[in-house]
Design a protein around this ligand. Sequence first.
Ligand SMILES: C[S@@+](CC[C@H](N)C(=O)[O-])C[C@H]1O[C@@H](n2cnc3c(N)ncnc32)[C@H](O)[C@@H]1O
Length: 207
Amino acid sequence: MSVAQFWDERYGQPEYVYGKQPNKFFQEQIDQLSPGRILLPAEGEGRNGVYAAQKGWRVDAFDISAKGRHKALQLAAAAGVSIHYQVGDLDHLSFTPASYDVVGLIFAHFPASHRRQYHRQLMGLLKPGGRIILEGFSKAHRAYQQENPHVGGPQEEKLLFSQEELLEDFAGLDIVLLEEPEVSLQEGLYHIGKGRVIRLIALKPLS
Ligand SMILES: C[S@@+](CC[C@H](N)C(=O)[O-])C[C@H]1O[C@@H](n2cnc3c(N)ncnc32)[C@H](O)[C@@H]1O
């Protein structure tokens, strides 16, 4: 089964599998900013993009799952907002360089072989002064998954994040926040219970 088939199958069920509410960290960060243009890679069923659109952001999103897109557009329609959502991966889509105020990476665990290249491409899409908002599972999350499989997250260790790798990926940005907290997740059917995430806020220098 390909990765896209895995996600299409997961999103094929009627429930919003990570819920309809935005990720908490994403929400807190968006609430502190004035609206602008945001790109949401690996956007899944649209919970974060729809929240941003409701707050006045112009939202572009993409994901490899066509089923994810379908549900995201339904969620947007129900909320009375619109988001622009493409199906594919970064290698096969094109975006205008230096055009986004925010790139939001929420549980966007790309293949290890492509992660650094994708993160660097995404940096190039930020305007000067633009920011990365990232929350994803840390390598220390393995122990939590073994204790409680309902907390979810990638099964392959190399897909999990480390602070060192992220600092290297996003070298050249100014790091505003980098932390690795234990969190208690209540996101739909597949992120339930205690886990360990990495949170990163990083700004593209103005010059
Ligand atoms: C855990 S879900 C998170 C979805 C969403 N960001 C959220 O927080 O609800 C991970 C998502 O990554 C997407 N994905 C995996 N590999 C991808 C890739 N190479 N390019 C784009 N999306 C990808 C999957 O289809 C899935 O929707």
